[in-house]
Design a protein around this ligand. Structure first.
Ligand SMILES: CSC[C@@H](O)[C@@H](O)C(=O)COP(=O)(O)O
Length: 371
């Protein structure tokens, strides 16, 4: 099957004379500047992950996989590198999946006595396979997601609401939830994409609006607080979001602010649809309460940061609270399955969302299983 990398160069492997590197589009600088960040080692990549220069569940998996390949190619300790990468952020299950999968390919080749160079080549080949598969999964999710919308809301042009950023910036392809909106747009069926700004780090305002504009979508940005009045006015036909980890019972961890949207959607009888590849499903996490939610620095709440600023994310911005104000800053929240109309994966959609349905989808998946 052909591999069509996304038009945005979000992440690429490069081999200049000084040695292999992983080149990332620095998402903390968007939309002001399209600046690349060159990672020559794993600690640099870990910093990029923690500062959200590279982010979003599927892309974290791809980056983690290439990170292991980078360690192997540069002769660093692969086990140590894998540990550092896997621990960089706790919630998106794809990160650990990508790291473990590429490390397993490395150990398998090295176990066969093929030598360091061959083991490093095996790791890189596996990272590339993961990248390619994610692009393919993205295309299929877009098809299934659009078909589901047609089934739920036949013959309509939709007003869709989305939260956080789920497009090409988080994917080997065109993304998850955003890829569905993009397909609907290309078919002339998107009336408007409502884009939540997504406080505190503004992934919606900085990144989704950037992607929507780049692709010519009709979109409007709103503060997260404005969503309720939009639902009340009947201006939202469906909510589309991504996921960072889906537990075995169908509970979905996604960017903080997703759960209140699900409650609003239920109250207003609006479909609430989660779009994520099966690599985001974690059958070993039994339920929502078992999902570890990343807690981030309170400074991200007490300060407003600008992509033009010296330190775009995580401090150095305009102070909007009294000095030393304590802050609550979970990066994600968890939506229980009963509030979710459907989960769409590259293997199809399930509705209602049940543990059995989810397990069946995963069993169908061609994703590599790692023990
Ligand atoms: C397909 S992306 C799904 C999620 O990863 C996305 O919605 C999200 O919550 C990203 O959070 P982030 O903290 O920016 O990495």
């Amino acid at each position: 099957m052909g591999f069509e990398p996304s038009a945005l160069s979000v992440l690429r492997w490069d081999e200049p004379p000084e040695g292999p590197v992983l080149v990332l589009l620095d998402q903390t600088r968007l939309p002001a500047e399209e600046v690349e960040l060159v990672c020559t080692d794993v600690p640099a990549l870990v910093r990029a992950i923690q500062t959200l220069a590279v982010r979003g569940a599927p892309l974290l998996g791809i980056a983690g996989g290439y990170g292991v390949a980078l360690a192997a190619a540069r002769g660093f300790d692969v086990a140590e590198a894998a540990g550092l990468l896997e621990g960089a952020r706790p919630t998106a299950v794809n990160l650990g999946y990508g790291v473990r999968r590429v490390a397993a390919a490395y150990w398998a080749a090295s176990g066969k006595g093929e030598g360091d160079e061959a083991a490093a080549a095996a790791a890189l080949a596996e990272a590339r396979a993961l990248h390619r598969e994610d692009a393919q999964a993205s295309r299929r999710m877009a098809e299934y997601g659009q078909a589901l919308l047609e089934e739920l809301l036949p013959g309509r042009a939709y007003q869709l609401l989305t939260h956080c950023n789920t497009g090409a910036l988080v994917s080997g392809g065109e993304g998850t939830a955003f890829a569905v909106a993009l397909r609907v747009h290309r078919q002339g069926r998107l009336r408007r994409l409502w884009v939540d700004e997504t406080r505190p780090l503004l992934q919606g305002a900085r990144l989704t609006a950037y992607e929507a504009a780049r692709n010519g979508l009709a979109y409007s940005l709103l503060t997260d607080n404005a969503a309720g009045s939009l639902f009340a006015a009947g201006e939202v036909d469906a909510v589309l979001i991504g996921a960072d980890r889906i537990a075995a019972d169908g509970s979905v961890a996604n960017k903080v602010g997703s759960y209140p949207l699900a409650v609003l959607a239920k109250y207003h009888h609006v479909p609430f649809i989660v779009v994520a590849p099966t690599t985001t499903v974690d059958l070993e996490t039994p339920d929502g309460t078992s999902i570890i939610v990343e807690q981030r620095s309170g400074q991200e709440v007490t300060e407003l940061t600008s992509p033009q600023g010296v330190s775009a994310i995580g401090g150095g911005g305009i102070v909007v609270a009294p000095l030393g104000a304590p802050a609550y800053n979970p990066a994600f929240d968890v939506t229980p399955p009963e509030l979710i109309t459907a989960i769409v994966t590259e293997e199809g959609a399930i509705s209602p969302v049940t543990g059995v349905g989810l397990a069946e989808l995963c069993a169908r998946s061609s994703q590599v299983t790692i023990s």
